[in-house]
Ligand binder design. Structure first.
Ligand SMILES: [Zn+2]
Ligand SMILES: [Zn+2]
Length: 338
């Protein structure tokens, strides 16, 4: 057992670590290593200057910062902040399996924390983006659960009241009627700024392909809120719901695999599947017995693995004038009509 009582008194190095933590919102061991290395180096130099240390210190290298160092700093900082209704919570990243540590205010709910430092306009935009992830881009046909920058930009203002079907893309520009609403919406530059802020604070993640999704922190902190907002309370066991949970670990799945049967709600994280199938004789859905292919995706692969997305990328180099997310979804929905 570790003696975490008084072996490491709380000192300036802990304060510096807490400061770095507060600036980031979330941290993994690998992100903390260079920070702790710099803190240890500065601490050694302080000790040397003040005469508490005899030999001149050399800089602490990244590789010298151990998991134990990190754990001890996390637990020391946790103890120090608890009187202020703050807490460090750990969750597992659903793709990388890394442990992600988040600094949480325990007196307010996550939505309130999201709203801190954001204007009503910005929060309305954040709500539209989360709605798009969990509603518009999360159907039995396609569970994308993320959004690209171009689609997010289209959500900078609330949609005009009457037209919900965007079969005419030009309509939203010329139509001045929605301008009479109390909230005018954001400028494109403000949209970018809000999205960047959400990523920096550890609420959103941005993938290499440019898709924004909820981070491990957001999924943990907003778990109940998401279920209340997007799932039907009176749906029967096994019925399709917008927020679904991993058959293995019971956490929300926004990136992973789905049952081939469209109406079946069994989902698995990629990182959970090995352990899940190891104990089973055949790869079949535990609920509906459909063959489990591993090729039916939840998350951005639901888009990026489609024929039309790949075609669009080939045609336009990287990303063309229109959003490939919107195109791919529209193509998939059209193909569905037949
Ligand atoms: Zn899982
Ligand atoms: Zn199934």
């Amino acid at each position: 057992m570790e003696d975490d009582d008084i072996s490491h008194p709380y000192d300036n190095s802990h304060r510096a670590f807490l400061q770095a933590f507060m600036a980031r919102g979330t941290m993994t061991f690998n992100q903390a290593r260079p920070i702790l290395a710099a803190i240890f180096t500065a601490h050694d130099q302080d000790e040397y200057r003040s005469g508490n240390r005899e030999e001149e210190p050399i800089a602490t290298r990244l590789g010298e910062v151990s998991r134990d160092d990190f754990d001890s700093y996390v637990s020391a900082v946790s103890a120090a902040i608890s009187p202020f209704d703050m807490e460090i919570r750990a969750t597992t990243h659903q793709v990388t399996k890394e442990r992600v540590y988040s600094l949480i205010n325990t007196t307010s709910d996550a939505m309130t924390q999201l709203a801190t430092l954001r204007s009503a306009e910005e929060m309305a935009f954040v709500r539209r983006v989360i709605d798009a992830m969990f509603d518009q881009y999360n159907t039995p046909r396609m569970e994308v659960l993320c959004i690209d920058g171009m689609q997010a930009n289209k959500l900078r203002a609330a949609p005009p009241r009457s037209s919900n079907n965007n079969n005419n893309e030009d309509a939203e520009n010329g139509n001045g009627e929605s301008q009479t609403q109390a909230l005018k919406g954001l400028k494109s530059s403000e949209v970018e700024q809000v999205l960047r802020g959400l990523v920096d604070e550890g609420w959103f993640e941005r993938s290499r392909a440019g898709f924004y999704s909820l981070s491990p922190r957001a999924l943990t902190e907003l778990r109940q809120w998401l279920v209340d907002a997007y799932n039907e309370g009176d749906a029967g066991e096994g019925e399709w719901q917008r927020v679904k949970f991993c058959e293995a670990c019971r956490e929300i799945v926004t990136v992973g695999q789905r049952c081939a049967e469209r109406d079946c709600c069994v989902r698995l994280h990629d990182i959970c599947e090995d352990a899940f199938w190891r104990t089973r004789r055949e790869r079949k859905c535990p609920r509906c017995s459909a063959e489990w292919t591993g090729k039916h995706y939840v998350g951005e692969r639901a888009v990026t693995e489609t024929e039309s997305y790949q075609r669009g990328r080939r045609r336009s180099g990287k990303s063309g004038g229109r959003s490939s997310l919107a195109d791919s979804i529209m193509d998939a929905e059209e193909g569905d009509e037949e």
